[in-house]
Design a protein around this ligand. Structure first.
Ligand SMILES: NC(=O)c1ccc[n+]([C@@H]2O[C@H](COP(=O)([O-])OP(=O)(O)OC[C@H]3O[C@@H](n4cnc5c(N)ncnc54)[C@H](OP(=O)(O)O)[C@@H]3O)[C@@H](O)[C@H]2O)c1
Length: 275
């Protein structure tokens, strides 16, 4: 089995969404550390605060909730590939995403729809636009799902469902790509120390430190899984146990269990529905 470094050096370019913070930023930092010759292109609204030369890291400012911006961003990515990394395999990391905590549709229906647009639609759209080039050049598509994909997530109903979509879509895509020189990996992190929780409206410290992983640990596990040729990875042994347990119980019971867990670990009481 190749090491993460050998695996990364098999790519000439890395395309990342959401590299401005958290996991996406860590993916970029690990990629350029392990493979300094790689050319990296980031797609997010804010520019990543990473001290890397412009010829190594290109930032394409875009709001991936917007359909027209995805089309424009994909064109910029293709220009980037043609100009700075015209040959060699490409790694696409679909990482941008957010969640929200509360009773549906809190905080607003618009917010929930934006989540579906970013977590689901943008991934399918961007991957579809880049697919011909990825197939011609070979490479890999890494989709950042979540342990939330494995059971209903009460109080994060839409978020969990978007991640269930991403997990199943990624696994099926990987099979369709078999033998093509391109493959897909679904990465399923559990709680990770990023801005995610705060953006989702959770109390700071609501997830105990003992259950949270660092970005470095998640990215390390994701790259090892890619090197091992796997189709899915749940990061960390505690998350693996949780996922194995959820798979064994009926889904309605899992929905009730997640309600109890998320009430306990996140807010004392979910805000009452506005309707
Ligand atoms: N942290 C966790 O506990 C956890 C657990 C499981 C899975 N995940 C998944 O991991 C991925 C990364 O999240 P994170 O934890 O690193 O959170 P984060 O620190 O909040 O990062 C989210 C990234 O998504 C980008 N993003 C958000 N809205 C966007 C938009 N409209 N257009 C383009 N990019 C957008 C952000 O960039 P801009 O704001 O600059 O646009 C940011 O770089 C997400 O898919 C999340 O669901 C996280």
């Amino acid at each position: 089995m190749p090491s993460s470094t050998q695996m990364l050096r098999s790519f000439s370019a890395v395309i990342v969404t959401g590299g401005s913070s958290g996991l996406g930023k860590a993916f970029i930092e690990h990629a350029v550390t392990l493979h300094p010759e790689a050319r990296v292109c980031n797609l997010s609204r804010k520019k990543p605060a990473i001290n890397i030369a412009e010829h190594t890291l290109r930032h394409v400012a875009c709001d991936l909730e917007e359909k027209t911006e995805i089309t424009r961003a994909a064109e910029e990515v293709l220009i980037f590939l043609r100009s700075v990394a015209p040959d060699g395999r490409v790694l696409l990391i679909n990482n941008s995403g957010f969640g929200s905590y509360g009773r549906f549709p809190a905080p607003t229906l618009e917010h929930q729809l934006g989540m579906v647009d970013l977590n689901v639609r943008a991934v399918v759209h961007l991957t579809g636009l880049l697919l011909p080039t990825l197939k011609t050049r070979g490479g890999a598509i890494m989709n950042i799902a979540s342990t939330a994909a494995f059971q209903p997530t009460t109080y994060m109903a839409t978020y969990g469902a978007t991640k269930a979509f991403l997990l199943h879509w990624s696994l099926a895509l990987n099979e369709e790509l078999r033998g093509s020189g391109l493959r897909a990996l679904a990465v399923c992190p559990g709680p990770t120390a990023t801005n995610f929780g705060q953006r989702a409206g959770m109390r700071i410290g609501s997830v105990p430190d003992s259950l949270s992983m660092t970005c470095d640990a998640v990215v390390g596990a994701a790259f090892r899984a890619l090197a091992a040729g796997r189709a899915q990875v749940v990061t960390g042994w505690k998350n693996k146990l949780l996922v194995a347990f959820s798979a064994k119980i009926p889904k309605p019971l899992a929905a009730r269990g997640s309600a109890v867990a998320l009430e306990k670990f996140r807010l004392k009481q979910a805000a009452p529905s506005s309707s």
